[in-house]
Design a protein around this ligand. Structure first.
Ligand code: IPE
Ligand code: IPE
Ligand code: MG
Length: 245
């Protein structure tokens, strides 16, 4: 059973296994991405209904640009057709994209910019799409911004702290995820939210992303709720802290 009082406020997901899901059914990989969109709709709606504040979905990585051009094109086309504003408006979802937009085709860029603009005043779930994203790219980009501020004389090197780094990340508007889920059986981070996941609870499942459903999400949240998050302290300290609350 899930304790609704102790839900993570931010869940990040590495949606992996679309290609293998399709291949296991004798279909082309792009069919797997199509089926993956349905899982996105399902999980976004459910997180929204549960009152989760942020959901960050790894949709396309910097490294994914190295896939065959047909697959990249199919994913980009799918993105344009699946970012349906009406669904976001209906569910009060605010949509944001993080990632290197300069590499995106103009029509993809326009589509996400419109969607971000039109949903910006929504007050429910914030759905963050990591697109053309990698964490090393994001951190490097933050370093450039910080260096520029130092060069402009608005920031002293000795004043740089963890908060400065966090504030200069493109994803500065979101809290760190408490829970990171990876579907598809691999147990790696694949250049996702390296800074933000410093203390996230990691949950790996063999389920391919297109099969990931509400029940699988509850299992992940339930597992998370059984973890003891110590943040470097001892178990006794954590228990004493909880009792004091
Ligand atoms: C995840 O599924 C989606 C993207 C990376 C775009 P994959 O396409 O990586 O599927 P597998 O891992 O090959 O099965
Ligand atoms: C990670 O999946 C990226 C996304 C889910 C968008 P990959 O399938 O690209 O990861 P690797 O290459 O197996 O690590
Ligand atoms: Mg994969």
């Amino acid at each position: 059973m899930i304790d609704n009082q102790r839900l993570p406020q931010h869940i990040a997901i590495i949606m992996d296994g679309n290609g293998r899901w399709a291949q296991a059914r004798g279909m082309v990989r792009s069919k797997g991405h199509q089926a993956g969109v349905e899982a996105v709709d399902r999980i976004t709606s459910e997180c929204s209904r549960m009152g989760i504040r942020f959901l960050t979905l790894y949709t396309f990585s910097t490294e994914n640009w190295n896939r065959p051009p047909e697959e990249v094109n199919a994913i980009m086309q799918l993105l344009i057709t699946s970012l349906v504003e009406e669904t976001f408006m209906k569910n009060n979802v605010r949509m944001r994209v993080i990632g290197d937009r300069e590499r995106l085709a103009p029509e993809v860029r326009k589509c996400i910019e419109d969607c971000e603009d039109h949903t910006s005043a929504n007050t429910g779930l914030t759905l963050v799409i990591a697109l053309s994203y990698s964490s090393r790219w994001e951190i490097t980009d933050a370093m450039k911004r910080i260096a520029q501020k130092v060069k402009d004389g608005t920031l002293e090197p000795e004043d740089i702290n963890e908060q400065t780094v966090a504030e200069n990340l493109e994803s500065h508007f979101m809290p760190d995820p408490e829970l990171l889920i990876r579907t598809g059986g691999e147990q790696r981070i694949s250049n996702y939210l390296l800074w933000q996941c410093a203390y996230s609870e990691l949950y790996f499942t063999d389920i391919f992303w297109p099969d990931f459903d509400e029940k699988a999400l509850y299992n992940a949240i339930e597992d998370y709720q059984h973890r003891e998050r110590r943040f470097g302290k001892t178990s006794a300290q954590v228990k004493a802290d909880t009792e004091r609350k």
